[in-house]
Design a protein around this ligand. Structure first.
Ligand code: C5P
Length: 220
C-alpha cells in the first residue's frame, strides 16, 4: 500500500464569506457559500492531511475529522489565521474575504431619517490574509484562489506574483452554473512555469483533483 497523498501534512484553510458589521443588525457580505472550501477540507482529510478550517458564516457542517474555527469578520479571520499559521505546512485561502469594512461600526441600529435621501458609507481596507501569509519568512506552501469575470489568466498570474503564492486556482465566475454558490465548478490552476485545467465537475470531485495536483507540487 502507498501512503495517502498528504499524510501528516498540516493544512490551514480558509473558507466562506466574511461579514463586515455596520451596526448591531446589519452587515456587508458576499454570496460565497463555502462549498468549494469545505470540499477541499474533506478531500485533504481523505488524503491524510491534518486539517484546520477557518470558516466564515456558512450553512455547512464541518467534514468528518476536520477542526473548524468559526469567525465572522475579515479581522477575526485574519487573527485566527495568524494565530495558527506557524503550525501549518500548507495554507489554502479559499475564503471570499471582504476587501473593505465599514470604517465605523455603530453601537446602535442606524436610523432612517426624514431629511436624508442619501447615505454615505466610508469603508476601509481589510488586511490581505493570504498576502501576509505569503510574505512570512518561513511561509507554508501557499495556494490562493481567484474569482474573475474577465482576463482570468492575466489576473491570476498577477496575484500569484504579488501575493507570493505557490499556486493559484482561478475560476471564471462569469460562466453560469459554476463558481459562487453553484454545486459545480471548473478551475485553471497556475504555478511558476506551469498550468493545469480541471474541467467542470461537482466541487468534491474537483477538490480531489485539486488536492492531488497540490500534492504533486507541494514542497515542505
Ligand atoms: O485579490 P483577491 O481577493 O481576488 O484574491 C483572492 C485570494 O486572496 C483568495 O485566495 C482569497 O482567499 C485571498 N484573500 C485574503 N484576504 C483578503 C482578500 C483575499 O486572504 N483580504
Amino acid at each position: 500500500t502507498t501512503a495517502p497523498l498528504l499524510a501528516g501534512v498540516r493544512l490551514l484553510l480558509t473558507a466562506g464569506p466574511t461579514r463586515e458589521a455596520l451596526d448591531p443588525v446589519r452587515f456587508i457580505s458576499n454570496h460565497s457559500s463555502g462549498k468549494m472550501g469545505y470540499a477541499i477540507a474533506r478531500a485533504a482529510r481523505e488524503a491524510g492531511a491534518d486539517v484546520t478550517l477557518v470558516s466564515g458564516p456558512v450553512a455547512l457542517a464541518a467534514p468528518q475529522g476536520v477542526a473548524r474555527v468559526d469567525v465572522e469578520s475579515a479581522l477575526q479571520m485574519h487573527q485566527a489565521v495568524m494565530n495558527r499559521v506557524d503550525e501549518c505546512d500548507l495554507f489554502i485561502g479559499c475564503a471570499a474575504v471582504a476587501d473593505y469594512r465599514p470604517a465605523q461600526v455603530a453601537c446602535q441600529k442606524i436610523k432612517k431619517t426624514g431629511d436624508n435621501d442619501q447615505m454615505v458609507l466610508t469603508l476601509v481596507k481589510n488586511p490581505d490574509i493570504i498576502a501576509e501569509v505569503g510574505a512570512l519568512p518561513s511561509k507554508p506552501f501557499t495556494v490562493g484562489f481567484a474569482a474573475e469575470t474577465v482576463d482570468v489568466e492575466q489576473y491570476a498570474l498577477g496575484k500569484l506574483q504579488r501575493k507570493r503564492l505557490d499556486m493559484i486556482a482561478a475560476n471564471d465566475v462569469s460562466q453560469s452554473g459554476q463558481g459562487f454558490n453553484a454545486d459545480d465548478n471548473a478551475l485553471t490552476v497556475f504555478w511558476q512555469g506551469g498550468q493545469a485545467t480541471l474541467p467542470l465537475a461537482d466541487k468534491l470531485t474537483l477538490a480531489r483533483h485539486l488536492v492531488a495536483l497540490i500534492a504533486r507540487h507541494y514542497r515542505p
